[in-house]
Design a binder for this molecule. Structure first.
Ligand SMILES: Nc1ncnc2c1ncn2[C@@H]1O[C@H](COP(=O)(O)OP(=O)(O)O)[C@@H](O)[C@H]1O
Ligand SMILES: [Mg+2]
Length: 425
C-alpha cells in the first residue's frame, strides 16, 4: 500500500518514517514534506499546499495512494477529511465537525462540561466589557484563551489582573483574527502537564504511551513558550492507575459525547492534561491530531505497525487490536535556529546528520529543506533528535550524543530535556 502524509514538520517526518517501518507500506509521499522526508528511502515530497484539497485528492487517486494521514490541525479544521473521503480515499484524521474539539476552545469546553470531564472552570465571552467585568470579579492568576486556532499564541496565563486585561483587550482588538471573536477565561490550574495521545475509531479509544513535553525555550522551563523544545515517553507521571482514570474520566466520555452529538470521530484525540497536586488528571485542552514533538518520542516505541493501527481506526476495528510497545524509553531533543521563537535566520547548511544517525538515534527533521546534495535549515525548530534506551537516562544520553555530531550556525537546544524523569525508569 502507498500512503500520503499531509504536513511538513517533525511530526510528519516521524509519521512517514513510522509508516515505512511496516512491511505493507511500499511508498510514502509527503505534501509538502521537508528535507528529512525528501531524504528518507521510499519517501518523496510533493510541492503542493496542504490546503489544496482538490490537488491532493487528484494526485492521490492518480498515483494509487490509498491512505492519507493528516498531520496538522489547520487542514482538519477546514474539512480535508470530509473532502478526501468524499473522493473515495481512506483518511486518518477527524472530520471537520470533530476537529472543532481543537479549533474552538469554547466548543471543546462545552463538550467537556456535557461529558462530565474534569477540567478548569471557565466562562466564554463574545463581548469585551463582559469579559473585563468577569476578570475583575475573579482576580488573578487566571487564564485567557482566544477561542480559535492561533498557532500556539492564543493563550495567556496571567499572573496579574493587568496581564489578563491586556490579553482580553488584545484578543478582542483582532490580534488573532476571527480566532479571537470569542474568549475563554478559565481558572488557573497548578500541577504537572502531560499529554495522552489516543487513537480512536469513534467507538473504542486506546491511549498511546503517555508523554511530557518542554514548552519553554530556556533551561529549567523558563522564558517564552515555543512549539515544544523536547519530549519524552512513557512518562511515569501517568502511572497505570492514572492512565485508567484518564481512560474512564476523559477519553471514553469524550468519544461517547461526540457520538451523541452525531460526530463519528476517527483519528487521534490528544488530551493535554494537568496532573493536579491532588493527583487528579484535568484536561487543559484537546487536540485533534498527533502532537509535535510528542510524536517523535511516542511512535518510535510503537511495535504494532502504524498502518495497522490507522486502518483499524478508519475501518472501525480498533476493539480487536492490541497495541504493542517496545520496552524502555524515548527522548526527543529539539534543535532550533538562533532567535527562535522570535525572528530566526534560515538557509544555514546542516552538517553531521549521517554521523548523528550512526549513533542509533533517530534524526527527525522539523524545519529543513534539501538544497542540492545538502540539507539546510528552513524553520525555527530545525531538527528533533530522538534517543532510545532501556532507561530515560540512556535515551537522553543517546539523543545528546547524536546532537554532538550535528552542526549548523547558531544551533540552539536545551541541555536539560527530561530532567524531571532522569533516573526514574
Ligand atoms: N487553566 C490553565 N491553568 C494553568 N495553565 C494553563 C491553563 N490553560 C492553559 N495553560 C497553559 O497554557 C498552555 C497553552 O494552553 P492550551 O490550552 O494548551 O492552548 P494552545 O496549546 O492552543 O496554545 C498550556 O500548555 C498550559 O501550560
Ligand atoms: Mg496546548
Amino acid at each position: 500500500m502507498k500512503a500520503l502524509v499531509v504536513g511538513s514538520g517533525g511530526r510528519e517526518h516521524t509519521l512517514a518514517w513510522s509508516l515505512l517501518r511496516s512491511p505493507k507500506i511500499t511508498e510514502v509521499v509527503c505534501v509538502p514534506g521537508n528535507g528529512g522526508t525528501a531524504s528518507l528511502p521510499h519517501c518523496r515530497n510533493l510541492a503542493m499546499n496542504a490546503n489544496d484539497f482538490e490537488g491532493i485528492a487528484r494526485f492521490a487517486l492518480v498515483n494509487n495512494l490509498e491512505l492519507v494521514v493528516v498531520g496538522p490541525e489547520q487542514p482538519l479544521a477546514e474539512g480535508i477529511t470530509d473532502y478526501l473521503q468524499g473522493q473515495g480515499l481512506k483518511v486518518f484524521g477527524p472530520c471537520q465537525a470533530g476537529a472543532q474539539i481543537e479549533a474552538s476552545k469554547a466548543w471543546a469546553k462545552a463538550l467537556m462540561v456535557e461529558a462530565g470531564i474534569p477540567t478548569a472552570r471557565a466562562a466564554v465571552f463574545e463581548d469585551e466589557a463582559a469579559a473585563l467585568a468577569y476578570l475583575e470579579q475573579q482576580g488573578a492568576p487566571i487564564v485567557v484563551k482566544a477561542d480559535g486556532l492561533a498557532a500556539g499564541k492564543g493563550v495567556t496565563v496571567a499572573h496579574t489582573l493587568e496581564e489578563a486585561t491586556q490579553a482580553v483587550t488584545e484578543a478582542f482588538s483582532g490580534k488573532f483574527g476571527a480566532a479571537g471573536n470569542q474568549v475563554v477565561i478559565e481558572e488557573f490550574m497548578t500541577g504537572q502537564e502531560a499529554s495522552v495521545l489516543a487513537v480512536t475509531d469513534g467507538q473504542t479509544i486506546r491511549p498511546l504511551v503517555p508523554a511530557q513535553d518542554h514548552k519553554a525555550i530556556g533551561e529549567g522551563d523558563t522564558g517564552p513558550n515555543t512549539g515544544g523544545m523536547g519530549a519524552y515517553a512513557p512518562t511515569p507521571v501517568l502511572s497505570a492507575a492514572l492512565m485508567e482514570r484518564v481512560q474512564q474520566q476523559v477519553l471514553e466520555p469524550a468519544i461517547a459525547t461526540l457520538r451523541r452529538r452525531g460526530i463519528d470521530y476517527r483519528g487521534v484525540l490528544y488530551a493535554g492534561l494537568m496532573i493536579t497536586p491532588a493527583g487528579e488528571p484535568k484536561v487543559v485542552e484537546f487536540n485533534c491530531r498527533f502532537g509535535d514533538p510528542e510524536t517523535q518520542a511516542v511512535l518510535p516505541l510503537l511495535e504494532t505497525p502504524l498502518d495497522e493501527v490507522i486502518l483499524a481506526c478508519i475501518e472501525g476495528r480498533l476493539e480487536s487490536l492490541d497495541l504493542q510497545w517496545q520496552a524502555g524509553a524515548a527522548a526527543c531533543v529539539v534543535v532550533a535556529a538562533e532567535g527562535y521563537p522570535d525572528k530566526f535566520p534560515k538557509g544555514m547548511a546542516i552538517e553531521g546528520l549521517d554521523d548523528a544517525a550512526a549513533t542509533g538515534a533517530l534524526v527527525f527533521h522539523s524545519g529543513t529543506r534539501r538544497k542540492g546534495d545538502s540539507v539546510v535549515a528552513d524553520g525555527g525548530r530545525v531538527l528533533g533528535v530522538t534517543g532510545l534506551g532501556d532507561t530515560f537516562e540512556g535515551a537522553i544520553a543517546n539523543a545528546y550524543t547524536a546532537i554532538d555530531k550535528i552542526c549548523f550556525e547558531g544551533m540552539y537546544y536545551r541541555r536539560d530535556i527530561g530532567y524531571r524523569v532522569k533516573g526514574l525508569s
